[in-house]
Design a protein around this ligand. Structure first.
Ligand SMILES: [Zn+2]
Length: 345
């Protein structure tokens, strides 16, 4: 494996917060490079420069981890779009692209696996074999291309997450395993989210937590409980949407007449950058170690989060200077407080 940087993920977490950023599939769909529905990252082969550009924008905004765009680049999903034969090429190229941009800064490269839609807890013995084979295949290629650690994410089932963890540990890489949280308080195989994180930690996960589905307001209360339940590092990568007690996930947000906003009409619920900066500070306050953003995430959020953690990043050169605005400059004293609605649930 090529050594890209002197400090690995565990070293960095030991000395402070690591800032991550995801949501590649959502953002590249928005930019016209990925088809909503199947959400397969064909862009990796069809428009590699578009992937590199988004990596680069996140890097400039202060993201420390380039997550290889292999989300849904697995056998089951590629079958859906008739590109099963591109499986290996897509996986290898995704890791190569992440590496190329990571070297432009001092970022780490994470291999990425996710829920497979192949796991069935009622037929765990049989389906586990399929899932394991998919993870081994994807991560085998990723390791050959060079990764620093692995993020296994949006896990609906603890059972499936444990398979991912085993495969990552076989490869002797640090493992970050985060759960989806579509359901009210437990995984689809019936484990309370906090308990599931504890089990993952007990099985050797280096970083556990939640990603996707929930906005900061409804994710942080769960993550806070995870923090007190485990001794390992904790991750929180929410979606930047205004979820609430009534609508705890972005899948449950409604635009009126009971019509759901997910996944293509979520814009009215977007948080602003100040709110995401506030999330980063709150996450820091409760002891979250890996702070990031998921679907809906974009570079301006990441920069605001980085700066709220006291960092100056390459894109800070172009951070707002509203005092220089000809009209708004006189109102600058209101600053971010105006925009910072109370998003607590
Ligand atoms: Zn997401």
């Amino acid at each position: 494996m090529t050594k890209r940087t002197s400090r690995g993920i565990l070293d960095r977490l030991k000395s402070g917060i690591v800032l991550g950023a995801e949501g590649y599939v959502f953002e590249l769909e928005r930019r016209g490079y990925i088809k909503a529905g199947p959400y397969v990252p064909e862009v990796v082969l069809d428009f590699p420069e578009a992937v590199k550009e988004l990596h680069r924008e996140f890097l400039r905004a202060g993201c420390e981890v380039m997550v290889a765009l292999t989300y849904y680049a697995h056998r089951e999903k590629l079958k859906d779009v008739g590109r099963e034969n591109d499986l290996e090429r897509m996986n290898r190229q995704a890791v190569q692209l992440a590496n190329e941009v990571a070297r432009e800064g001092d970022a780490l490269v994470a291999g990425n696996i996710c829920n497979t839609w192949a796991y069935d807890p009622h037929n765990a013995a049989e389906t586990s074999k399929t899932v394991r084979a998919m993870y081994e295949e994807q991560l085998g290629w990723a390791v050959e291309e060079g990764i620093d650690f692995v993020i296994s994410e949006t896990n609906d089932y603890l059972g499936e997450a444990l398979i991912a963890l085993e495969v990552i540990k076989q490869l002797k890489l640090p493992a970050m395993v985060t759960l989806a949280s579509v359901q009210c308080d437990q995984t689809r195989d019936g484990y309370d989210y906090v308990e599931a994180c504890k089990i993952l930690a007990d099985h050797g996960a280096d970083i556990v937590g939640l990603n996707c589905d929930r906005g900061p307001a409804t994710m942080l209360p769960i993550v806070e409980k995870v923090r007190t339940a485990v001794h390992c590092y904790v991750a929180a990568q929410p979606v930047p949407y205004r979820t609430s007690a009534e609508h705890p996930t972005f899948e449950s947000l409604e635009i009126g007449n009971g019509q759901r906003a997910f996944p293509l009409a979520l814009e009215p619920f977007l948080l602003n950058r100040f709110e995401m900066a506030d999330f980063a500070r709150r996450a820091q306050g409760i002891g979250v170690n890996y702070i990031g953003v998921c679907c809906g995430g974009a570079p301006h959020y990441v920069r605001a989060m980085a700066e709220s953690l006291g960092r100056t990043v390459p894109a800070s050169k172009y951070s707002p200077a509203m005092e220089l605005h000809p009209m708004l400059g006189t109102q600058v004293e209101t600053k971010d407080k105006v925009f910072l609605q109370d998003w607590k649930s």
